[in-house]
Design a protein around this ligand. Structure first.
Ligand SMILES: NC(=O)c1ccc[n+]([C@@H]2O[C@H](COP(=O)([O-])OP(=O)(O)OC[C@H]3O[C@@H](n4cnc5c(N)ncnc54)[C@H](O)[C@@H]3O)[C@@H](O)[C@H]2O)c1
Length: 242
């Protein structure tokens, strides 16, 4: 299939894991792909291998965002770069950890949405954000990460309607556990040994491609191992007037 022929797609965090798998899937479907990451060695290696371009882009830096977006003509963006943080004792969590996780996972998504929207608003486009199942439920082992991912869901659901008025559709993909380096030492195998089910990154990539082509704005997809892809609805609250 060539569902993305004629598309130019930016994939942040495309040097590894879900971003890499999404870049590969997009190339296989005919897209021109620009991988953006802070891991230049890995990013260039993947880009060369699949016939994509590579850009150094720290998603926390708005100047870098503006520079990259101005030099391309993106039809689609996969806002995927992310950082994790686990801790046992909140009293020992540094400001640096809080800032890295929140700035990468939430601020980076907001800046990226704004910069892509500035460029896409006259002609339309599609954005797919990597959130997490941890953005929909309490994740007691990683509360800072969970808070950042809840933020991305709030962002996507709240900004979707106004972007759609200019023809830009933003949706989110919420994976469960995925076998990528972000899981830390032992990766997916360590999780499987604990009896947990783990997705392959390619399964999340498939969801991102479907999300980019999905025309209903603000849709939140759930992707979990051995469970069909779902759409997560937010519950209405009696008396809410927003
Ligand atoms: N692996 C999982 O279990 C899982 C589950 C749900 C959601 N996610 C999310 O999926 C996304 C991708 O993670 P992954 O699992 O593929 O992990 P990964 O570690 O393989 O990939 C993350 C990529 O993001 C890049 N990155 C980190 N900080 C960056 C920054 N400031 N600017 C640009 N690039 C940056 C890294 O260099 C890396 O290439 C993340 O948002 C993560 O939170 C992962």
């Amino acid at each position: 299939m060539d569902r993305f022929a004629g598309h130019q797609v930016l994939v942040t965090g495309g040097a590894s894991g879900i971003g890499e798998a999404t870049a590969r899937a997009l190339r296989a479907e005919g897209a021109q792909v620009v991988i953006a990451d802070i891991n230049d060695t890995l990013g260039r290696q993947v880009a060369d291998e699949i016939g994509a371009e590579y850009e150094h882009l720290d998603v926390r830096n708005s100047d870098q965002w503006a520079n990259v977006v101005q030099r391309h003509h993106f039809t689609d963006g996969v806002l995927n770069a992310g950082a994790g943080a686990r801790f046992n004792d909140l009293r020992e969590v540094s400001d640096d950890t809080l800032e890295t996780v929140l700035d990468t996972n939430l601020l980076g998504i907001m800046i990226g949405t704004r910069e892509l929207f500035r460029s896409m608003a006259d002609r339309g486009g599609a954005i797919s954000v990597t959130s997490s199942i941890a953005g929909l439920v309490a994740h007691t082992q990683s509360p800072v990460y969970a808070a950042s991912k809840w933020g991305t869901i709030g962002w996507v659901r709240s900004i979707a309607t106004s972007l759609a008025q200019s023809g830009v559709i933003i949706n989110a993909v919420c994976p469960g556990l995925v076998d990528t380096p972000i899981l830390g030492p032992g990766g997916g195998d360590a999780m499987r040994k604990m009896g947990l089910k783990v997705l392959a990154a390619a399964e999340v990539a498939t969801a991102h491609l479907d999300s980019l082509l999905h025309t209903e704005p603000g849709t939140v997809f759930t992707v979990q191992a051995e469970v069909p892809v779902g759409i997560h609805e937010s519950k209405s609250i009696a008396g809410y007037q927003g």
